[in-house]
Design a protein around this ligand. Structure first.
Ligand code: NAD
Ligand code: IMJ
Length: 258
């Protein structure tokens, strides 16, 4: 099959290391012929992401902490000559203590931080970069089932993902007239830096492998292939959606008796 993203430029926000879902997406986009721009969150990640950018043949690797308006403005300036076709938003953060104690204990600051980084940033990034999508395009974000079901410890992140999925629908409505589609991929649990140290995460992985229709966990490469589909001409009729790439886990009510 010919390269699905040939002639397209994609900006991928959220690579921290080679286990990041954003890295798997960037790899698949490169395979499909896209020109890549990567961004990283602050100096701490600069060297690592620059190295990964080299491996991927990325055209540009730029700094952007999405909570800093001036860094987002500098990013727009740095790429202002580009025609953009695809934006991948693969960013989330909440205070660690809010992912372990009861949700009821969530502080105002912790709630606002999770919302700012994990849902509002999709709005600010879309507003800043959509003007570069002069021939239409696709915006993608990553969500998780904790947006619509109660998942132990996910807490304030579940509320942020619920908001993120609502943002996807409102942005799809606003940007559709400019031929820009907006979708989320709801991925099953994957062992990344954002899963490290989460209480009972191995039990979550084992539970999904036991219960899901496909009887296995989610591979970041299959999330990435769905991200290719949604960014490509093949996804042209899909907007405002949440596509589950989770081995089917979300359809199950009770485990199938064996
Ligand atoms: P990851 O830790 O590799 O990626 C999270 C990224 O968010 C990092 O690159 C980090 O630098 C970035 N980030 C955090 N705060 C930022 C800020 N202020 N400005 C810019 N970047 C910032 O982990 P991941 O699992 O690849 O997570 C990527 C996305 O996938 C997240 O939205 C996460 O919620 C989602 N997701 C993860 C899983 C999973 O099980 N790992 C499942 C479903 C969805
Ligand atoms: C995260 C917390 C609790 C349960 C969880 C997760 N489950 C899964 C995740 C079941 C799959 C991973 N996930 C989907 C996330 O969106 C993670 C977000 C996250 C992780 C951390 C850990 C380190 C930290 N802050 C974080 N903020 C957001 O300090």
């Amino acid at each position: 099959m010919s390269q699905l993203l040939a002639g397209k430029t994609a900006i991928v926000l959220g690579v921290a290391n080679k286990w990041s879902i954003a890295y798997a997406i960037a790899e698949a986009y490169r395979r499909e012929g896209a020109r890549l721009i990567l961004t990283y969150q602050g100096e701490r990640l600069k060297a690592t992401v620059e190295d990964l950018g080299k491996e991927l043949g990325a055209a540009l690797v730029l700094n952007c902490d999405v909570t800093k308006e001036e860094e987002l403005a500098a990013l727009v300036t740095a790429i202002s000559g580009e025609k953009l076709d695809v934006i991948v938003h693969s960013i989330a953060f909440a205070n660690r203590e809010d992912l372990s104690r009861p949700f009821l204990e969530t502080s105002r600051d912790g709630y606002l931080l999770a919302q700012e980084v994990s849902s509002y940033s999709l709005v600010s990034v879309s507003r800043a970069l959509a003007p570069l999508m002069t021939e239409g395009g696709a915006i993608l974000t990553l969500s998780y089932l904790g947006s619509v079901r109660v998942i132990p410890n996910y807490n304030v992140m579940g509320v942020a993902k619920a908001a993120l999925e609502a943002c996807v629908r409102y942005l799809a409505s606003d940007l559709g007239a400019r031929a820009i589609r907006v979708n989320a991929i709801s991925a099953g649990p994957i062992k990344t830096a954002s899963a490290r140290g989460i209480k009972d995460f191995s039990k979550v992985l084992d539970g999904v492998a036991a219960i899901s229709p496909l009887r296995r966990n989610t591979d970041p490469a299959e999330v990435a292939d769905t991200a290719v589909f949604l960014a490509s001409h093949l996804g042209r009729g899909v907007t405002g959606n949440v596509v589950y790439v989770d081995a089917g886990f979300q359809v199950m009510g009770l485990p199938t008796p064996d």
